[in-house]
Design a protein around this ligand. Sequence first.
Ligand code: DC
Length: 222
Amino acid sequence: MREPFAITIDGPAASGKTSTAYQVAEALGFHHVDSGALYRAATAAALRANPAGNWNEPAVLVAARIVEMEARKASFCPLLAGEDAEGEIRGEAVTAKVSAIAKMSGVRDWVNAQVRDLADLHDVVVDGRDIGTVVLPNARVKVFLLAEARERARRRLLQRLGREGTDSELDEEAAKLAQRDALDAVQTVPAPDAIMLDTTDMSQAEQVRQIIDLARAAGASE
Ligand code: DC
């Protein structure tokens, strides 16, 4: 049997990694794995176990036992206690706490082991921060997505509000993103062999197309 093919897509918050990775996986017949969703699922599990949020690493790892990955058509998604929890893991309470939980080395090991187990068995497109550097350093295609902060803020607001943000909303969102970037900076580093893709002036379809072309050039087939 041939070796599974892995594509990694890393980059800062709101750079479009997750939706891009999903569409690339769908087009190639691969599975998308959103590593950020695993950090979010661990955080949601910890919040369920102890809403006051005084967690240490062992407590988070015990709470995270309710997380399992479910295979869907073009992705693997985390379930909490056997149920879809997409709204919960993307919610504000989780978003406010996830950077702190993602700093715990045991939690990073837990996420990385799950991603590697999936990549050992399936063709995957994995998005995150450190996938090309730490988690899957031998991936066949590595991409690092960049976009200017204000454009990332614009996309985030469009997604959340369903309309363009006003100037003050854009300023506020860009400041929030800068804060997130600072919290996640240590692990958000491009691999030396990653292809840097600045998507500031690119449409979603264009960035998906470019990554599919890179994957095909590296030997990926549907
Ligand atoms: O991409 P996201 O916003 O869903 O990520 C959630 C959090 O997890 C964010 O604080 C960054 C962190 N994360 C990480 O440290 N390493 C990854 N590979 C993916 C996400």
